[in-house]
Design a protein around this ligand. Sequence first.
Ligand code: GLC
Length: 750
Amino acid sequence: MKPFPISNARSAILLLALASPLASAATAPSVPERIETLLRQMTLDEMVGQLTQYSGNWNATGPVMFKGNLKQDIRDGRVGSMLNVHGASSTRQYQEVAMQSRLKIPMLFAQDVIHGYKTTFPIPLAEAASWDLAAIERSARIAATEAAASGLHWTFAPMVDIARDPRWGRVMEGAGEDTYLGSKIAFARVKGFQGRQLGDTDAVMATAKHFAAYGAAVGGRDYNSVDMSERMLWETYLPPFKAALDAGAATFMNSFNDLNGIPASGSKYLQRDILKGQWGFTGIVVSDWGSIGEMVAHGYARDNRGAALAAITAGSDMDMESNAYRGNLAQLVADNKVPLALLDDAVRRVLRKKFELGLFDDPYRFSDPQREQTALNNPVHRQAARDMATKSIVLLKNSAKLLPLSKDLKTIAFIGPLVQAHKDNLGGWAVTLPGVDYSTFVVSQWDGLKNRLGSGTRLLYAKGSEIEGDDRSGFAQALEVARQADLVIVSVGERWNMSGEARSRASLRLPGVQEELVKALQASGKPLVVLLNAGRPLVFNWIAENVPTILYTWWLGSEAGNAIADVLTGDVNPSAKLTISFPRSEGQIPIYYNSFNTGRPGPSGVSSGYVSGYIDLAGTPQYPFGFGLSYTEFAYSDLKIDKSQLRGNDRLNVSFQLRNSGNYAGEEVVQLYLRDKTASVVRPLRELKDFAKIRLEPGQTRTVQFQIDREKLSFYNAQLQWAAEPGDFELMVGASAADIRLRTNFELTP
Ligand code: GLC
């Protein structure tokens, strides 16, 4: 295509810059100068090329729109980045094509490395339940090390969307419902992915996604509209993105949803006013897959030309797979519909990251087969995945103290459709690599327990049922196997791909006849342990009320079987706590812990009279935010605050005693909640403001200390200003949002 003229103004600026004494031949040009030099040489098509990202054909994660000759486009300098190409050799091959282009601008290679690359960690919602920020950061660090060793420069993670609706399949990808915890985890994950500094060959660019409020889709239906108050947006949904930015996130990804009527990809408010303006973000904003072109479907753009205009104007720098920029942006500039300055800014952002990654010095520096081989087969990574998985398993019930498994058990029946599954344990958004045999690479639940128990205990197997369908023919065999056993473990749940993108469910029940299988096994009279595997909260009232022992085992990754065995046998005492409320029914959704009291607060049970609740169901969740049991017990006592009035910028020092009053060493996640009792807008019944994960030996006591400052008392007031208001506060220390162990009050004075 004929190259469009470049503006003379920019040439003049560059000549002045290079003529300055500072730019003498003695000093190498700075990165900004190198960017300007390059920019001046680029045709409009080449500039648009830098803002265009296409998918390779491995595991395409959306509808592939590009229909041309991709390698020719790359040679023509019309592709700035690719996703879904990974591996040292594949990325090198594509980069070699990019080096045939006129200006030899290297491409960026990106991948959804969400919870591990080859070594797969628990899904993010499970990891979040560990409340272990160091372990979460380490998980991202290892994922980055493996990804960067495989030619990747960029991961589309962390997903930091707050989610209060488990019907939405992507709850599996985030940190749950709480903004404070979600912000801490966002920060940790970005730090993990980006490591010491970008440009290190064990670091990848992180992406804070999906900007913004994607988790609040109406009806929990993926890609659906989002409508919320400014206050809700700023108070609940934006903070994790700000935390990711504060952690240095190199890129952001906008979201598919329209927010208050404006598609995020075309939202100037989100991308320019907030992100690039108020927050000063200097990295890249990449669209979600095709989301720019989807503004036509939204009814926000007449055609791809209109979509390209809306997106570039709003601050979407890079177009993933919609062809909108490739086909229209150059002409929009030539037609003076888009100022060249907007293109300059977007291209500078892309080039700046390529310089930061060292790709102009060595385009192949991340594509090193030797380093890849070493990184992808590192036993330390697997041990970290096992450690993370044991920390992610939530003990929901242990009323009969069947766990840890008694060493006297001679025969155990391990029953269910997920017992001998392998790849299912990876859950959604796992990177599946060519040439990896996942039947050996992933430790199944059966393998894990079999290996751990050794020959001393007989382990019997029956599938019992499929995950879906109404075939009960396997029940008889399951019951026969149960009859021979001293204890039965049944592992049931969703299929791995019933959660994740485009995996919203209207029903959260166990699929198929699995609950009937559990009921039949319970009726056999054998001691029963249920493992629930899913990427989201499920609704399993009967099991919750009738089965004595329940572990939530999510999707735990490559080391699932070993981690489950570690917890079942007591080698590891479970310490995880839920970061999303588990509803009793889909009819309660959205249900979350930090709700308002209302003028007619309802009871915890079924309501009657003129109060807020249900006449046919309790108003409380099946399991609340912050809930999780241990094989031991913890006693909380002696809450002290060092002042009853907080003045100005004083800090309130809080302390209490935590004792392991049980028989096992264990870790407790203690949670600090605050309630602002009267304010210019109604405030939640409780809000998580701090937490700590404390390990104690049996009988050991520890003084736990927290500090409350004015920031923790602040919120968006009636004028949407971030401020703390004088008044009374309740301070609560709890083992969960619904299990408050200690309380006190204090006053914030003017
Ligand atoms: C998907 C997802 C996004 C992902 C991207 C690339 O549609 O929404 O999270 O990073 O496309 O796979």
